[in-house]
Design a protein around this ligand. Sequence first.
Ligand code: PGA
Length: 242
Amino acid sequence: MNVLIFDSNEKLNEAGANIITGLVQTNPRAVLGLATGGTPVGVYEQIVKDYKRGLVSFRGVTSFNLDEYVGLPVDHPESYRSYMNHHLFRHIDIPAEQTHIPNGNAEDPEAECRRYDELIAEAGQIDLQLLGLGHNGHIGFNEPAHALIRGTHVVDLAEETRRANARFFNSIDEVPKQAMTMGVGTILKAKTILLIVRGADKAEIVHRALTGPITTDCPASLLQTHPHLVVLLDREAGRLMA
Ligand code: PGA
């Protein structure tokens, strides 16, 4: 595990973007696992800057997002498809048909989960999986539980997660109660995992996830077992790790 702590958001964003654009520069057909939420916004901004400066092309890249809300219209501003279009896809040259996000409105959610896993398998291994970290230790929407699920599945969101995400909606009542998420088996199969965490409110969960017992009570603790884990933290999130 390689843990890097940054003094400024700008440096953290540059480091995160450099890892992703560097991979695509050396492997133009890379398969990227992408994340949403507040954490990666600045990294995507920096990637767009790199793209606009002509440093990288995403024409050959395939992407798979971690998750999507169930039952939120795809054109809702808070759907993860809208998020990805807004923050990344519409600003770079990745072909839309090479970008994948689970369909949270599928009539048959079980079939959609299987379809998503098959698409990932057909693309081969995910070269780099970008992850944020929930306050409760979730990765993707794999919430703390007695047992974790390997592949893509529908999950009931923890109240804590709905409360945290209420900031993006008018009220907590509008936050969907379920999501479709890649499972921990798929996440852990990625060749490299890039975990990014920011903010004092995440310092304790970062410390627990990366140094505490490996347990399904804290899904991110499974990342300790990954052979190529890179962790980028701001000073506040890294307070207990220094
Ligand atoms: P955030 O969410 O980036 O919005 O803090 C991270 C997560 O819940 O995985």
